[in-house]
Write a protein that binds this ligand. Sequence first.
Ligand SMILES: Nc1ncnc2c1ncn2[C@@H]1O[C@H](COP(=O)(O)OP(=O)(O)O)[C@@H](O)[C@H]1O
Ligand SMILES: [Mg+2]
Length: 221
Amino acid sequence: MSFYRVIRMSFSYPGSAPVFNEVSFELDKNERIGFLGPNGSGKTTMARLMMGILKPVRGQVLLEGTPVSTMGLARVGKSVGFVFQNPDKQLFAPTVWEQVAFGVRMEKGALRERELDERVDYWLNFFELSDLKDRFPFYLSRGQKQRLVLAQVMARGADFFFMDEPTTGLDVLRLKKLDRCLEALKDSGRGYIIISHDRDFLKRHTQRLIHFAGNGMVKAL
Ligand SMILES: Nc1ncnc2c1ncn2[C@@H]1O[C@H](COP(=O)(O)OP(=O)(O)O)[C@@H](O)[C@H]1O
Ligand SMILES: [Mg+2]
């Protein structure tokens, strides 16, 4: 069974022209996919529909066979993580360490203190954030914030994640770091969707592209 199935799905924002018109595609849990298309073509909207934040007007989005629109964000969030285009909106903890620990506690309930420490430290190290663990998340650079949200998503055990426009505003050094982290996630067999209009970046990190044409149509190759 496919991890995600989008079936003849149509969507429009209230009072606006349709963003999608009977769009269908499927993907597996370990696939690395790029959403490519011009500004305003519906990439972010599709990700929101796949997280269940928005509901289709017609058709369905199934996650492991269940319509996401009936699951609730908490349940979708157990298997799927989301790194917003602006990660500021996802950061609230007093320290980098606490930010990652929060996700783990939420998902796993009361872990033994040592298990929690190990898990948080592992993912901070994985995303090259160990040196920043006592810092206030809000003051990190954009790239660091992005990797922090990724660390939180991974630490709570999500198998799949979305990243919306991750290269926007990254300098060469931060981009290299993100490259390394995505490479390592690939080696761990995790699937993801990266939304971007940077073809080179998508070429490096994805196996398959889904093209958003901007006329209500989506082409999965
Ligand atoms: N909250 C919203 N309310 C109404 N229209 C929206 C909203 N968000 C996005 N749109 C419109 O939906 C279309 C798709 O937008 P979006 O999904 O953000 O595209 P992309 O991520 O590919 O740039 C655009 O025409 C945009 O103006
Ligand atoms: Mg967008």
